[in-house]
Write a protein that binds this ligand. Structure first.
Ligand code: SF4
Ligand code: SF4
Length: 387
């Protein structure tokens, strides 16, 4: 199997195909701390893309309550258990091997979904370790909504004794997609210009290998048409063909509709991008289950109140540092956080002044300007609403 470099794991790994990186890579940062679980993002996506017959249980964007919620039910704990079974006690990180550019979280010494599948005996049955969820596990997309994790004795602030948090999920448009590796028809492709992962609806025969081997369960089968479908990163908006914005690239529907302004979209590989800053320089945003090995491109600012061991399992060894940075933000981080949800246009680069955060578009033109601190306005005595 060819070797590819996965910076999230800090090492080379086996992947079924040789892969160059795309010219640009679609990416997003979701700030879990600010999500109110309103599901506006979910409905914005559904009303744009999955409102037709056969798509009733298809939610390309979903927001689930952790630790118990999941769509499909138990998608992550089931795969974690399969990996543990394949490599008992071996799914560990060596954080002493960290190196700022190539291994920011250290080195993952366990097995990825591709490596675990390759050692299946007597011969590999899959390109990536996975399972096909039965229909009943897709039935309740928001099961266990707002349900707290177990009461923990001895927990001290900032970790809460009872806790839950919302996890916002879309396709990660992975650098090394499990869905793409799995497809025997080669119907799945990753666009070289923006790294968006798509399913060719004409080539797909509905074998559901992508559903089985996407570790995030973000490829979904449509019984009506008998082909699989997935999040398309709203590519017509990202391409910048909309007259509404004078053909300036726009962020996805879920991101533009977000009420909590928790989402920011950009390019992970462009050093001028606020996404690159949050993930690669400030390291305040982390990949979801990096140990799966697909190099996912949606990153999360972890919730401050949840147990650290749980967050380390979910976001890797960088969880504590990310929370520390978020809790005591530098002036630059404070400025970049104001850009979340500030415009529907795609921010390519930014500048932070003493008082403002400014975002620039594809042609380096200004697309948004927001104050870093809101002005305090004191109501004058003649307008007081008390007597
Ligand atoms: S999240 Fe799943 S469906 Fe999306 S690119 Fe990665 S492996 Fe494919
Ligand atoms: S719209 Fe934003 S705040 Fe509301 S659930 Fe979605 S991500 Fe959370």
């Amino acid at each position: 199997m060819p070797k590819v470099y996965n910076w999230q794991l800090g090492r080379d790994m086996d992947y079924p195909y040789e892969r160059g990186r795309p010219e640009h890579q679609f990416a997003a940062v979701f700030n879990i701390n600010r999500c109110i679980g309103c599901q506006t993002c979910t409905m914005a996506c559904k009303s744009a893309w999955t409102f037709s017959a056969g798509q009733e249980y298809m939610w390309w964007n979903n927001v689930e309550s952790k630790p118990y919620g999941g769509y499909p039910q138990g998608w992550d704990v089931k795969l974690l258990a399969l990996l543990e079974q394949a490599n008992p006690g071996g799914q560990v990180w060596d954080t002493s091997a960290s190196e700022p550019q190539n291994a920011p979280y250290g080195r993952f010494d366990g097995q990825t979904i591709f490596e675990a599948a390759a050692q299946q005996a007597p011969a590999p049955q899959q390109q990536a370790l996975g399972y096909l969820p039965p229909d009943k596990e897709w039935l309740f997309p928001n099961i266990y909504e707002d349900t707290s994790g177990p009461w923990r004795s001895g927990a001290q602030l900032p970790e809460h004794r009872t806790w839950f948090f919302y996890l916002q999920r879309i396709c990660n448009h992975c650098t090394y997609p499990g869905c793409l590796a799995a497809c025997p028809r080669k119907a799945i492709y990753k666009r070289p210009e923006d790294g968006i992962v798509l399913i060719d609806q004409k080539r797909c025969r509905g074998y559901r290998k992508c559903v089985e081997q996407c570790p995030y369960k973000k490829s979904m089968y449509r019984g009506e048409t008998r082909v699989s479908e997935k999040c398309i990163a709203c590519y017509p908006r990202v391409e910048g063909n909309d007259p509404l914005t004078d053909r300036e690239p726009m962020v996805t529907r879920c991101i533009s509709a977000c009420v909590g302004k928790i989402r920011l979209q950009g390019w992970i590989d462009d050093e001028r991008s606020p996404i690159h800053y949050l993930v690669r320089r400030e390291k305040v945003a982390l990949p979801l289950y990096p140990q799966f090995g697909t190099e996912p491109n949606v990153y999360y600012i972890p919730p401050r109140w949840a147990p650290r061991a749980y967050l380390r399992q979910m976001f890797g060894p960088g969880a504590e540092e990310a929370i520390e940075k978020y809790s005591n933000p530098s002036p630059e981080l404070l400025g970049v956080l104001q850009l979340f949800g500030a415009t529907q246009k795609l921010i390519y680069s930014y500048r932070i002044t003493d008082s403002e955060a400014i975002g620039y578009g594809r042609r380096d033109q200004e697309v948004v300007r927001v104050p870093i601190e809101e002005p305090v306005i004191v109501r004058p005595p003649d307008h007081l609403n008390i007597t």
